[in-house]
Design a protein around this ligand. Sequence first.
Ligand code: ATP
Ligand SMILES: Nc1nc2c(ncn2[C@@H]2O[C@H](COP(=O)(O)O)[C@@H](O)[C@H]2O)c(=O)[nH]1
Length: 364
Amino acid sequence: MGEAPMFYVENLKDRVSNGFNLRFKGFETSIDVGDKTFVIGSNNNDSISSIEVQIYDKSRGKWVIPTVLGTEPKRYEGHSAILLNEDRIMVITWGSTPDDCIWFLEVDTEYVKQQKKALGTEVIAWSKGVRGDAEKPVVISGPSGVGKGTLINMLMKEFPTMFGFSVSHTTRAPRSIEKNGVHYHFTERSIMEKDIKDGKFLEFASVHGNLYGTSIEAVEAVADSGKRCILDIDVQGAKSVRASSLDAVFIFISPPSMAKLEERLHLRGTETEEQIQKRLRNAKAEIEQGKSLGIFDHILCNDHLEKCYDNLKGSIYLQNMQRRRSIIRSSLSLRLWDREIHQRTRSFSMYPCLKVELPVGPEV
Ligand SMILES: Nc1ncnc2c1ncn2[C@@H]1O[C@H](COP(=O)(O)OP(=O)(O)OP(=O)(O)O)[C@@H](O)[C@H]1O
Ligand SMILES: Nc1nc2c(ncn2[C@@H]2O[C@H](COP(=O)(O)O)[C@@H](O)[C@H]2O)c(=O)[nH]1
């Protein structure tokens, strides 16, 4: 075990050999976080520029290659890096389009700490900066039978090219109309438990006696298709996503009454009476938590379907400016107004702590 020489970081910048045989041949930056130095290097070869990260653990005097989660930036000419909040590094890539130039490398966030514990290795997690709230993923929660799926189907039908559904994994049996890979990835508990242990899930929870979870791959598949991701998950899952690296708009759908909720579950006819009663018992706790935990940005009552759908669209910026202004004037508007301003100043707001103002272009 040895100590890192004091001149190490500066020498890296100058690319002078200092005895640490780094593999990077392209462009490097290094940032100290606690007793670790994160060396971020673009690894250029003829066809592709990709980014790699190596960690120098000063307390142990060792280089570590971390497990990399998330999607990393690709195809760019170089980068700058800035430490934010002592737990994540903002990487600005050069030669990328404005929509593709802000990235975040989480090095010591809660999410990364959890993953380190689960995997037993050093972990880093990449995520892409998103411009404004209008492109944020949408997390929809609420008790079983409240109408989440119905509302999501309406959104997907009205805006087929805009939204993509994050297909969850579950250990419950498929319903007659459900298709594997479309409604859920139906899976064995042992396989899902192993994948959870291997860090493949953004969140998971035991819901009504079965395991449900959102894989990182499911969310990335939607992002890769260029669509805005919609997640239909329970309150425990929403709580986990709030604590994760995914910055989303959180919406809770509540029923007009327990009696109506029970009626809807009976009318849907997909569960046995015993299962319905279990879901109703869990619904009470979910509604209480949904309203009290402070996870949700919007709480919408699904009494009249069309009205609730309209409110849902308002919550995720799908209505015209005139409609938005009338929401702004309403009593619940302060937060929305705040977000509207951020959107109009074209800020990158992946994290609440961060605002990178870009020159405002012509309104579209
Ligand atoms: N506003 C509404 N008024 C009356 N019925 C409704 C309303 N919204 C949805 N429903 C009906 O309630 C039933 C349950 O809706 P849905 O399956 O969308 O619930 P869900 O929240 O997705 O449930 P789960 O969490 O179990 O998947 C469906 O039969 C649907 O047609
Ligand atoms: N935490 C998660 N909850 C999820 C996920 N996918 C669905 N769900 C929730 O489970 C219940 C029951 O769903 P059902 O299809 O069996 O009726 C419902 O509240 C869903 O929101 C997930 O990936 N993670």
